[in-house]
Design a protein around this ligand. Structure first.
Ligand code: 7GP
Length: 762
């Protein structure tokens, strides 16, 4: 009897065949618990704590089966009676404990640390509701709560509890752990999620993401990133951040002591990587704990922190660089406020001649990045260009003083989830051509010798077709949208943000619509898909989404155009949807305004799954282009230097572009009668007006070139030999973008921990 059959008989007294997907899910959780739950945790002396407000882990069932080596057997058992892992996985609710790239990166890193045998845990919060669930109704985004906690859960409640002191009350926490199994490893790591010991799960208004933000004692962990556009929301965020890091710091000190540390030597036992500034309060919190509970002097505590904390920056967007009014910190955590003031004095005394160096500015506002850079030993960016920009402009005044602290760690993606799990047939083709070594070293360069191999081209095309059919079925089931599986699949999936320029692709769509109306029929039909959520308080992002949804409808209803061209807004984009979209893609849209996308990681997932990229010279696109060479990628647009210069000189005038004959009709179509027929006039005018008067993220500056390169790219698709050659080349160069390589680099340069193996592809 197979292992799963055995469990189903034991627990449900029935066979796999007789069991529902829900029951099978429960059975598989137990199987994983039996096999993985009994693995020892990594017990190396030194441990990395990856502290993050977000872990966008996605569903865990198939990932855990794969990493524990159970996947093939379970799949066989299920298939034998006409069932599949994919169906069973539908019973799992996706934990959506992240917003976007930063949270997903943290999840890839957990997988890679475990798979490399590095002793590393994630530490964060157990939000009861993840990021809202997105519905599109009346061509607009509606946000409803996304409850992911169910009876059947990966969370193991621990007996660990800490006290977190706020000014007016003290909260008691409870720690929940999720096991993190590495690929082919005999030990495990954990994701440690702190929660209140009791949480009221009653939301005030049903089906609404609004709740009582003042009821901290019951609601602190209710939601991920509550809307902070009002002051209560802002305070709640400070509460959440401090609750997270106080627990993290107490856990870290407790575990270090258990492993033999006297805490003065903490750096020999722990390294704390903080995922952007959300966990930056851990700096004053560690100082508070070390001085008040463990007998260190202030100076000693500062030295311990400085040798233990490392900081990663994930964006240069001003709005994301956190700054908190001291008055608020004082009101919530007076002791922490006092320590931050001391740290400010410390820094000012160290740099008496550099007035630009401070932690608290003249308006009594604390700059979290500044604190993280001064009181950490490492600051890294997430792609070569991003790090360069940090050094030369955004953080240049720090770089001047601490050049040795700055380093780059180009992001990566876990190959377990983003190829082995989401595109198993393609992974098997790699096995066939390369042997199975790539599954551990992620080196795919051996594929280069198949660049011109027609038979391999045909195999790849066949797999792509198969994945398009899978996507088609999924979209039909999820939202009733029927796509053409014989079309070019062209995808932009990521959070909606002006800098990512969904609005530029939207204007291209208007161009294409006009062109097809004129009778220029594409040789192969085209389907452009968007997926992504917009922050509820971010009006223009909502306007852009609205306009895209309207265009989608307009095109669908136009019989001249719809057989050749389709635009789809994928509802509630999340990790599970990405897993079906990416393997089906021919074209990957990475079109951010140069200098604004720190790295991007979707770009890497698409490349690995055999899509070709159209991109600006931004973030990690630059490194992708370097690796594949100019012939194998479709680049366009102004350079990041040009853009930085334009911002510095205030030199961009959207009117100069708007007035061009190729652009004006596209922009003006936003407020045309056709669009207004179903559209919200206020939103359409708001967007139109914004593009021609502000266009802060310069959608118009690269538009003409974008249109030309897109047309060229679609033409190239018709030469399938050439296209497939480019596809092979891209896949072959994707190995560098494995997060195992990224984590190996972190470990070598920053963490210095033991590992089973490492990946060196510099
Ligand atoms: C994102 C960056 O926008 C993206 O370019 C990068 O690939 C990703 O981090 C991982 O490094 N940033 C965020 O998701 C974010 O929330 C605010 O940044 C701090």
């Amino acid at each position: 009897m197979g292992q799963l059959e055995d469990i189903m008989q034991r627990e449900f007294d029935q066979s796999i065949k007789e069991s529902s997907d829900q029951e099978l899910y429960k059975g598989l959780l137990d199987l994983i618990q039996e096999v993985g739950g009994n693995l020892p945790t990594n017990d190396a002396k030194k441990k990395v704590y990856y502290v993050s407000a977000e872990f966008l882990i996605g569903k865990l069932l198939s990932n855990n089966l794969l990493n524990l080596g159970l996947y093939d057997e379970v799949e066989k058992e299920l298939n034998a009676v006409g069932k599949s892992i994919a169906d069973v996985e539908q019973a799992e609710l996706e934990p959506s404990l992240g917003n976007g790239g930063l949270g997903r990166l943290a999840a890839c890193f957990l997988d890679s640390m475990a798979s490399l045998g590095i002793n590393g845990d994630g530490v964060g919060l157990n939000y009861h509701f993840g990021l809202f669930k997105q519905l599109i109704s009346d061509y607009q985004q509606a946000a409803v709560p996304d409850e992911w906690l169910t009876q059947e859960t990966w969370l193991n409640k621990s007996s660990i509890q800490f006290e977190v002191p706020f000014r007016d009350f003290t909260l008691t926490s409870t720690l929940y752990d999720i096991d993190v199994y590495g690929y082919d490893q005999n030990k495990k790591n954990r994701l440690r999620l702190f929660d209140l010991d009791s949480v009221s799960a009653d939301i005030i208004e049903p089906n609404s993401i609004f709740f009582d933000k003042t009821n901290i004692k019951e609601n602190l962990t209710l939601f991920l990133y509550p809307d902070d556009s009002d002051h209560q929301g802002l305070l709640l965020r400070i509460y959440q951040q401090y609750f997270m890091v106080s627990n993290a710091a107490q856990l870290i000190l407790q575990e270090a002591k258990e492993r033999g540390s006297n805490l003065r030597d903490l750096a020999d036992y722990a390294v704390i990587q903080i995922n952007d500034t959300h966990p930056a309060f851990i700096i004053p919190e560690l100082i508070r704990l070390l001085t008040t509970q463990h007998g260190l002097t202030f100076e000693e505590a500062v030295e311990v922190v400085k040798s233990t904390v490392a900081f990663t920056n994930h964006t240069i967007l001003a709005e994301a660089l956190e700054k908190w009014p001291m008055a608020d910190i004082d009101m919530l955590m007076p002791e922490i406020a006092g320590i931050i003031r001391q740290l400010d004095q410390h820094v000012r005394a160290e740099f008496p001649d550099s007035p630009e160096i401070f932690i608290i500015d003249q308006n009594d506002v604390a700059h979290m990045a500044s604190m993280a850079i001064h009181f950490g030993f490492s600051t890294n960016g997430v792609a070569a260009l991003h790090t360069q920009i940090l050094k030369t402009s955004e953080l240049s005044h720090f770089y001047k003083h601490y050049p040795e602290r700055f380093n780059n760690k180009t992001n990566g993606i876990t190959f377990r989830r983003w190829i082995m799990n989401c595109n198993p047939e393609l992974a098997e083709l790699f096995d066939e051509l390369l042997g199975e070594g790539w599954r551990k070293d992620h080196d795919l360069r051996g594929l280069l010798k198949y660049e011109d191999d027609k038979e391999i081209h045909a195999r790849l095309a066949e797999l792509k077709q198969h994945n398009k059919v899978t996507l088609k079925k999924r979209l039909e089931k999820d939202q009733g949208t029927v796509i053409n599986e014989n079309s070019i699949i062209d995808i932009q999936i990521k959070r909606f943000h002006e800098y990512k320029r969904q609005q530029m692709l939207m204007l291209y769509i208007v161009h294409k619509y006009f062109d097809i109306k004129k009778g220029n029929i594409p040789a192969t039909p085209i389907t452009i898909l968007f997926g992504g959520k917009a922050a509820p308080a971010y009006t223009i992002a909502q306007d852009i989404m609205h306009t895209i949804s309207l265009l989608s409808k307009l095109i669908e209803e136009d019989p001249d155009v719809s057989p050749h061209f389709q635009v789809v807004m994928v509802e509630n984009y999340n990790v599970s949807k990405a897993e079906v979209l990416i393997p089906a893609a021919d074209i990957s849209e990475q079109i951010s305004l140069a200098s604004k996308e720190a790295s991007g990681t979707g770009n890497m997932k698409f490349m690995l799954n055999g899509a070709l990229t159209i991109c600006t010279f931004d973030g990690a696109n630059v490194e992708i282009a370097e690796r594949v060479g100019g012939d194998n990628i479709y680049t366009f647009g102004r350079s990041s230097q040009d853009i930085v210069e334009l911002y510095n000189t205030n030199g961009y005038r959207p009117q100069d572009y708007y007035s061009r004959p190729r652009i004006k009709p596209l922009v003006d179509f936003i407020v045309s009668d056709e669009m207004k027929k179903h559209g919200n006039h206020e939103r359409l005018h708001h967007l139109h007006n914004d593009i021609l008067s502000k266009d802060y993220f310069m959608a118009l500056i690269d538009l003409e070139e974008f249109i030309d390169v897109k047309e060229y790219m679609y033409e190239q698709y018709e030469d399938q030999d050439k296209w497939m050659k480019q596809v092979v080349n891209n896949i072959a160069h994707a190995g560098f973008f494995s997060s195992d390589r990224t984590i190996s680099d972190y470990n070598e340069d920053i963490w210095h921990l033991e590992s089973d193996h490492s990946i060196n592809m510099r």
